[in-house]
Write a protein that binds this ligand. Structure first.
Ligand code: AMP
Ligand code: MG
Length: 470
């Protein structure tokens, strides 16, 4: 890997991480290299070898380490989590001057592995590759996938499965849980250093810990509104899976909805629907409140005053979220101007879609390309909404088609397609993986394969549960 590493995290004091060389694997083999991403990182794609991407060799300039973090998992605080199966190789400065982490996921045990084997199997690696790259193509902030390699080793889960390593690129891997780890230890000095590091890296204009909290609050409000606009359900919004940068991170039991219902849950471990589609903004605030709590000692020496200031920042989340949500959904129904009734108009469509269990993606796309009434089971419900919508569109200055085309993807990574791709890959056929990546790279365009990948699952193909990335 010919890359110019500059490892700022490795320069932080040693309580932030454990230095850890990846554990070698039997016979690494390249599955995919994201050449365009490599080039944007200033890395020659031809210099990316299976040996280095599997962790069998450490690239020149890398300083491998596992990051410490803590986190609330489904509401329960765990004071020490950390990278149990991921190793940060280091950071590079990309072509836009932005610092980016390069991390191997599935690279062996670390001091934070607890009971785990430090490995990943092929399914979750390819799922994260496909879904994170699709998210990027949809224009929503996310970590990226630079490469996937097969390890030539098996991992034991519910079955014996082929092992793999994902090379993940992120603007950082700082999480809400990273702050919680030091707050829980009462290490205010480490918190101060972490806050400075996060500000310098992500929000250079932010002033102090309160400025950081404000910036993260805005970034998360924008991110979650973006998810809502494409029907994405993260699935495990634990505080250790919420990045300070505002990028989507940790694609585990995540999914894009087919049939729309606000209470949709996919994750097999989310029994209470804590991370259901419609709960995501509330969980966003809850997680940000944990960040705020961690930062309190840095905000004011008087705890009550610090709480007042932090609460004021958190209370702005619904406004940030609401403004972004309506901006995105206005575009989805073709509106560029603003009217007080727009929120109700959008909700009117969504509630009709919920009643009909209409396909989320195809209903919005059909507003511009086809007959959206076909997506709803009740023609009367559609007609009444359509009348209101047309009256509203009549007050718009321009033809709404282009706005809607750019806001409503034709294709998303549908669950049944992702599962089918994984099944094929396990059998050694990577063609569906490649096709899926190809189609999802241009989600707003109609291409030769679009119709095929835009079809919702048949009842027999429906994926009702998704499983954790382990
Ligand atoms: P996740 O649910 O994937 O966000 O992971 C939660 C925690 O479990 C993190 O600290 C992971 O590093 C750790 N973890 C998950 N899978 C494994 C594994 N196979 N081996 C070791 N640690 C793991
Ligand atoms: Mg995680």
């Amino acid at each position: 890997m010919r890359a110019s590493f500059d490892n700022s995290y490795a320069r932080l004091p040693e309580q932030f991480y454990a230095r850890q060389i990846p554990v070698p694997v039997a016979s690494p083999r390249l599955i995919a290299v994201n050449r365009r991403l490599a080039e944007s990182l200033g890395i020659d794609p031809d210099s990316l070898t299976a040996e280095e991407l599997a962790g069998n060799q450490v690239p020149d300039g890398a300083e491998p380490l596992a990051q410490l973090y803590a986190g609330h998992q489904f509401g329960n605080f765990v004071p020490q989590l950390g990278d149990g199966r991921a190793i940060l190789l280091g950071e590079v400065i990309d072509r836009d001057g932005k610092r980016r982490d390069i991390q191997l996921k599935g690279a062996g045990r670390t001091p934070y592995s607890r009971g785990g084997d430090g490995r990943a199997w092929l399914g979750p690696v390819l799922r994260e590759y496909v879904v994170s790259e699709a998210m990027h193509a949809l224009g929503i902030p996310t970590t990226r996938a630079l490469a996937a390699v097969a390890t030539g080793e098996n991992v034991i889960r519910e079955a014996v499965l082929p092992g793999a390593v994902l090379t993940r690129v992120a603007s950082s891997h700082l999480r809400v849980g990273t702050f919680q780890a030091f707050a829980a230890r009462g290490d205010t000095e480490a918190l101060r250093l972490l806050t400075e590091h996060a500000i310098a890296r992500h929000f250079p204009d932010a002033e102090g810990p309160l400025g950081l909290l404000k910036a993260v609050t805005q970034a998360q409000a924008r991110l979650i509104a973006g998810w809502m606009s494409v029907g994405f359900i993260h699935g495990v919004m634990n505080t250790d899976n919420m990045a300070i940068s505002g990028e989507t991170i940790d694609y585990g039991p995540c999914a894009f909805m087919d049939a729309y219902h606000p209470a949709t849950v996919f994750s097999s471990i989310d029994h209470q629907g804590r991370y259901a589609y419609q709960n995501q903004p509330n969980i966003g605030i809850w997680n940000l409140a944990q960040l705020a709590t961690s930062l309190l000692p840095l905000i004011e020496s008087d705890r009550e005053e610090a709480i007042d200031k932090a609460e004021e920042v958190l209370h702005a989340f619904p406004d940030h979220f609401g403004a972004e949500w309506i901006r995105l959904f206005r575009a989805k129904i073709g509106l560029v101007t603003q009217d007080d009734g727009d929120g109700a108009l959008i909700q009117g469509l969504l509630s009709r879609m919920a009643t009909s269990q209409a396909d989320f993606t195809n209903t919005f796309r059909a507003l511009v390309t086809g007959d959206a009434s076909e997506q709803l089971t009740d023609p009367g419900a559609w007609d009444s909404w359509q009348g209101e919508w047309q009256a509203r569109l009549a007050r718009e200055p321009d033809d709404p088609a282009a706005t809607m085309r750019a806001a409503n993807p034709a294709v998303i990574p549908r669950n049944h397609r992702v599962e089918e791709m994984i099944t094929s890959a396990v059998e050694g056929d990577f063609a569906p993986f490649e096709r899926l990546n190809e189609v999802l790279a241009h989600p707003y365009d109609e291409g030769p394969l679009t119709a095929d990948y835009a079809t919702p699952p048949l009842p027999s193909e429906r994926v009702l549960r998704t499983f954790c990335g382990t």
